[in-house]
Write a protein that binds this ligand. Structure first.
Ligand code: 5GP
Ligand code: ZN
Length: 112
């Protein structure tokens, strides 16, 4: 399958990995939008949040709790932001679901 993040999972494309287990992988974003900016992805290919099913409940929870754990480890004591962009209006550019974790600067709201 021609998917950028599947290639990062398989090791065909290198990434700065910060966490890995049998289900998920976390790595630094190549174009960081904050001093801390990493992505947490499932190893299995799920193209968008719209393709997540009830069978993925545990996986989704694992991604969320790992995001929290890694944010803490990355020094985001003052808080952080998680973002999942979904399809066209969400601004998704890589069609393999990923949770952005951004921290170590003040975020603003609303988003652009
Ligand atoms: P999206 O716009 O789909 O929510 O986010 C995709 C993210 O993937 C972007 O923040 C982008 O910088 C990041 N990205 C795109 N290509 C690569 C890559 O080859 N390596 C890494 N580490 N991040 C990438
Ligand atoms: Zn994929």
């Amino acid at each position: 399958m021609d998917c950028l993040f599947c290639k990062i999972v398989s090791g065909d494309i290198p990434a700065q990995k910060i966490y890995e287990d049998d289900q998920i992988l976390a790595f630094n974003d190549i174009s960081p939008q904050a001093p801390v900016h990493f992505l947490v992805i499932p190893k299995k290919h799920i193209s968008t949040l719209n393709h997540l099913t009830a069978d993925d409940k545990e996986l989704a929870g694992h991604i969320l709790l790992t995001a929290q754990h890694l944010a803490k480890e990355s020094g985001c004591e003052a808080g952080f932001r998680v973002v999942m962009n979904c399809e066209e209006h969400g601004g998704q550019t890589v069609y393999h679901i990923h949770m952005h974790v951004l921290g170590k600067r003040q975020m603003t709201w609303p988003p652009g």
